[in-house]
Ligand binder design. Sequence first.
Ligand code: FAD
Ligand code: AMP
Length: 477
Amino acid sequence: MTQKADVVVIGGGPGGYEAAIRAAQLGLSVICIERRMHKGKPALGGTCLNVGCIPSKALLDSSHKYHEVKSNYAAHGIVVGEVGLDVAAMQARKDKVVDGLTSGVAALLKGNNITWLQGSGRLLSGKQVEFTPHEGEKQILEAESVILASGSEPVQIPVAPLHDGVVVDSTGALEFDQVPKRLGVIGAGVIGLELGSVWSRLGSEVVVLEAVDNMLPMADKAIAKEAQKILTRQGLDIRLGARVSGTKVAKGKVTVTYTDAKGDHEEVFDRLIVAVGRRPVTDGLLSPDSGVSLDERGFVHVDDQCHASVPGVYAIGDLVRGPMLAHKAMEEGVMAAEVIAGHHAQVNYDLIISVIYTHPEAAWVGKTEEQAKAEGVDVKVGQFAFAVNGRALASDDTAGFVKFVADAKTDRVLGMHVIGPAAGDIIHQGLIAMEFGATIEDLQLMCFAHPTLSEVVHEAALAADGRAIHAIQRKRK
Ligand code: FAD
Ligand code: AMP
């Protein structure tokens, strides 16, 4: 029997499930195909909810609490006895958070009358989709529109093949049942730094091997430099310019060889995390006559509104160009649904926030100082540290700063860069300011509550004109 729907979505990650919900809200009939099995159960929510954003943040928060109790409570006059660690309980809490959210998504689909088909989808020609259930017969679905949202998976490198819980990807690194004594991480990207931080806080000796010479090349240089300084101070041994050339597993340990400017080196680790990037999932997604074309890097080729090369077919999220971020996937999902329903919709790709959930967090939106200068903008910069902020001092969380990049001629805010407490939340002030075309002066004229971390945002805007109050600035204006 052929099932028909206005919209068939392949993939139930953040991109796919938000697309499905928005399409249903707009009165369209929707089928969402998702094949993921998580811990033996069919699961919606994709990488993000099952093996990405959420479990990593659950472990980041647990490990932060552990580290705080162990290292920083005494300064607050809180005396605790010996602090213990129950990794199994920590993992169980993480699993419960994941479970709650993924079943919440299932309830949302059900509540919106969206049919969730459990199994794999494959786009054929003529907007037909072949559905292969986990058990049972294949079916053909017919759709007015198809949204491809199959996401991404970890890149594997031949020099470090995965090995039975010893050499793992990010998914395996979320499942360690004990704290590795020595932990190697290949790749100082966002995922490598976050997962390295988790296990370092819990007691691992962590060495991060990064092939290129500069860490976080996409970040403003000031943020990247500060992040490296802070994370190194926290105990992460970050080795830049260190390219891994081989790994060998024996007796439950892994020997890693790498090359840097000084020559070849060898390190032995109890566990190794391979965090060298992610690639789009297109295997089995498209039949040869689907007509959907890929770009040179293997992403589905789309325009600004996520139209693929076949009319009526859309592709969103990690499967297409742009940063691999859940919120970017979600916005694209909503946009695709709205475009299908005949609405005008767009995503502002210039203002996609990036966050690294280390402690402190680092976050940015808009242009870096280097980008703005390279574009020939006459740049003015305002920067202010958390070190003298009353709230940061009160909570003993004073590392980092807020930095604004603005156009000196028009005063327009072009970028905001934060490293410091709650950076991932504070950054939304920059997002809203820039979406509304704010100038530095607009931010200067606002009355920020005291004592808050956000006062650093105000001071950074004032500093752009040499008039921050809690710093000696000599400009008269
Ligand atoms: P996915 O979430 O990958 O979902 C795609 C789904 O499609 C998958 O569940 C897959 O099973 C399914 N699928 C694939 N092919 C088929 C098929 N043929 N048929 C049926 N189903 C199919 N992003 C952030 O914004 N913030 C973070 O803090 C963050 N942390 C992360 C931490 C880690 C450790 C990792 C790995 C990623 C993190 N990300 C984070 C990235 C984020 O998870 C992704 O950007 C996001 O999940 C992409 O959403 P998506 O819907 O495009 O794809
Ligand atoms: P990201 O793509 O942001 O997740 O970061 C992945 C990082 O892994 C990049 O900075 C790469 O330079 C790094 N990387 C890739 N291959 C290797 C390798 N063989 N040895 C060390 N680092 C690597």
